[in-house]
Design a protein around this ligand. Structure first.
Ligand code: ATP
Length: 503
């Protein structure tokens, strides 16, 4: 598992997906830059989300609010008082950890044990193995599940009550050690606010304290009336947004899973009070379908319903994904009631209500939110795609099986040799195709090596131009995943590829 994760990180760098930020100065912890391929993949994920949410729903519109917001926003939202993580320091190593994450990681060890039992049983029972039944009845698995759930439940309850002494007691009872040094010498647990502060204005006296937004949602809430009125939106309707958010996270070393500067894709859906259960169910199902449509494998997803609810929520669930380090939150679906709009009403003194023509009355709408981290989604897609494939005869290949709709480059055009007019014809094909999708041209090295390079970069199609192409205007097209090759007319390439890569 650890090895797989290391491979993901080094492959991401080697193929121009992700670099450590300001690497020449030894980087900044938990901050990353996206390279020539990474920025394309990230853009494609964003677009895939935007299309599904905004383009395909006639009652959802998008906005792009500023990162800086009036400081009162964060008082109203509860972030100034309550956007904290419980911190614990190890007295020996002087390292700082998130107390809840230490416990969650400890509990996740039970998942690994369960996975092992499943794998063993699957091997033993072969085709007749019924995983669902095994998970529901095997005594050892049931014991692990029960122990894991008991730990998470206790953690949830102590966090909800802000009983930090009990979080520490739990860490001690479980005998959790510093992951780096093994030391169990812990300080008390303290709260730590995650917002980054900065200043607006030229002189020190007149400057206003600002925060970098820790989530994009508040930009939507404060614009609720602007959008509703100018767009003549009728409830139920949604506002979507993608953009950067900033959190002074405690933890490092999880690559782009937990960053200090990251991007969110959020949608707030405004509904009539009392309909929240129905919309909660609808959005849970709709968002899971979106994930499954990318074909990363349904076994890699699960819902986690929250025991511990944030101050604003009346129901919440995560869609968890099986990352190389285990199942972790990828997306949150939150029923936020009228908490946010009511708070902003109170703090701004402006009415944030909707006149419902059917009910013939005003009310503060309830909100159903879907919130996914773009970088986390990137990691899910990328880590799932990276595979080492055994080709038999002691041969293997590294292949990045990105969904074709998300791949940075859709096709590579490769002249078989660097002469006889093959480069010229290849470049003509590049010029024809580049209007519709990203293509690349590569003439260096033997064609087999070029195939491997494109496999590892995630390019779904390789188009090889050979001497026959000069005669009959056909080329071979090679499919990344099956490695199958077929002969097709140059004139058909565009439609053939578009069929696979168009969102
Ligand atoms: P976690 O418990 O992992 O810290 P959270 O519950 O605080 O996450 P939310 O505030 O619900 O997360 O944010 C919504 C989504 O934003 C998360 O599901 C995740 O995909 C993404 N996200 C949150 N924090 C980060 C981060 N530091 N780096 C990358 N993505 C993040």
């Amino acid at each position: 598992q650890d090895d797989q994760f290391k491979k993901v990180i080094s492959h991401a760098k080697e193929y121009g997906y992700i670099f450590q930020s300001s690497e020449i100065y030894d980087g900044l912890s938990a901050i990353y830059d996206y390279g020539q391929n990474g920025s394309e993949l990230k853009k494609n994920i964003r677009e895939y989300w935007w299309k599904a949410m905004v383009q395909m729903h006639d009652n959802i519109v998008g906005i792009d609010a500023a990162i800086f917001m009036h400081p009162t926003t964060w008082k109203a939202s509860g972030h100034v008082d309550a956007f904290n993580d419980p911190l614990i320091d190890n007295k020996d190593s002087k390292k700082r950890y998130r107390a809840d994450v230490l416990v969650e990681d400890y509990a996740a060890k039970y998942d690994t044990k369960i996975d092992k039992e499943v794998a063993k049983a699957a091997k033993r029972f072969g085709d007749s193995f019924d995983k669902e039944q095994f998970l529901a009845t095997n005594p050892r698995v049931l014991k692990y599940t029960e122990e894991r759930d008991a730990i998470l439940k206790r953690l949830g309850q102590s966090l909800e009550k802000e009983d930090l002494a009990d979080v520490k007691a739990l860490i001690e009872e479980l005998g959790i050690a510093d992951p780096d040094t093994g030391s169990k010498n812990w300080t008390d647990v303290k709260q730590f606010n995650l917002m980054f502060g900065t200043k607006l204005g030229a002189s020190a006296e007149s400057a206003t304290d600002l925060y970098l937004r820790p989530e994009t949602a508040q930009g939507i809430f404060v614009n609720f009336l602007n959008v509703q009125k100018t767009g003549r939106m009728k409830i139920p309707f949604g506002i979507a947004q993608t953009g950067k958010a900033f959190r002074n996270e405690i933890i490092a070393r999880q690559f782009i899973f937990r960053m200090r500067e990251f991007e969110q894709m959020e949608m707030q859906f405004f509904i009539k009070p009392g309909t929240q259960q129905e919309w909660y169910d609808y959005w849970k199902e709709t968002r899971l379908k979106w994930h499954l449509s990318l074909g990363l494998g349904s076994d890699n997803y699960r819902f986690h319903d929250h025991e511990k609810l944030a101050h604003y929520a009346d129901a919440a669930a995560d869609i968890e994904f099986k990352f190389p380090f285990g199942f972790k939150e990828l997306e949150g679906i939150h029923s936020r009631t009228d908490f946010d709009l009511s708070q902003h009403e109170q703090f701004s003194g402006k009415k944030l209500q909707y006149f419902d023509p059917e009910e013939n009355k005003n009310y503060v709408p309830y909100v159903l939110e879907t919130s996914i981290g773009l970088d986390r989604m990137f990691l899910a897609v990328f880590s799932n795609a990276l595979q080492e494939e055994d080709l038999g005869d002691g041969k293997s290949r590294t292949v990045l099986k990105l969904p074709a709709v998300l791949a940075p480059t859709k096709a590579a055009i490769l002249p078989l040799v660097k002469k006889d007019g093959l480069p010229e014809l290849s470049k003509k094909i590049v010029d024809e195709l580049k209007w519709d999708f990203n293509v690349t041209y590569d003439e260096k090295d033997a064609v087999g090596r070029r195939y491997r390079r494109q496999d590892a970069a995630g390019t779904p199609f390789c188009i090889t131009v050979d001497h026959q192409s000069l005669e009959d205007n056909t080329v071979t097209i090679r499919h990344r995943d099956s490695m199958e090759q077929e002969r097709v007319a140059i004139a058909e390439l565009r439609d053939m590829i578009l069929k696979e890569v168009d969102m």
